[in-house]
Design a protein around this ligand. Structure first.
Ligand code: SF4
Ligand code: SF4
Length: 111
C-alpha cells in the first residue's frame, strides 16, 4: 500500500488528460518510493529507456498506482514540469507549491 502521507501529496496534484497515445515522458528513470513500488501488483524490469509500464497502446498500465513524479509532471508551471505536448491542468501548481510538495515527498522517502 502506498504510504498514506504520499497519497496525501497525490491529492494536492491537479490531474489532467494526456494527449491520446502519448507516452513521451514515460522513462525507465522515473523514481519510485519503496511504498509506491510495493503497491505495483506485477513487477517489471526495464530493458530500454522507456518505462516498462507503458502499455501496447501507449498508456500507463498502472495508472491507479503510478508514482508521485508521474503525477507531478505536466501539472506544474515550472518549465521543467511542462508537458512538451502542451497538456496540463486548468490550474497548474505554482513553482513554490510544486517545490514544497516535492520536498515533502523527498523527506518521506528518505526516512
Ligand atoms: S504529460 Fe505530456 S508528454 Fe507526458 S504522456 Fe502526457 S501528453 Fe505525453
Ligand atoms: S508509471 Fe505509468 S505514467 Fe509513470 S512512467 Fe511508467 S507508464 Fe508512464
Amino acid at each position: 500500500m502506498v504510504h498514506p502521507k504520499i497519497k496525501k501529496l497525490y491529492a494536492s496534484i491537479p490531474s489532467f488528460e494526456c494527449q491520446e497515445g502519448c507516452a513521451d515522458c514515460c522513462s525507465s528513470l522515473v523514481p519510485f518510493a519503496k511504498s509506491e513500488w510495493d503497491a505495483i501488483p506485477v513487477k517489471k524490469e526495464a530493458n530500454s529507456m522507456q518505462c516498462p509500464y507503458v502499455s501496447e497502446d501507449n498508456k500507463c498500465s498502472i495508472h491507479r498506482v503510478k508514482p508521485y513524479m508521474c503525477r507531478l509532471f505536466g501539472a506544474g508551471k515550472d518549465p521543467l514540469l511542462k508537458c512538451p505536448k502542451g497538456c496540463g491542468p486548468e490550474k497548474p501548481l505554482s513553482w513554490e507549491k510544486a517545490k514544497k510538495l516535492t520536498n515533502k515527498y523527498h523527506a518521506l522517502i528518505s526516512k
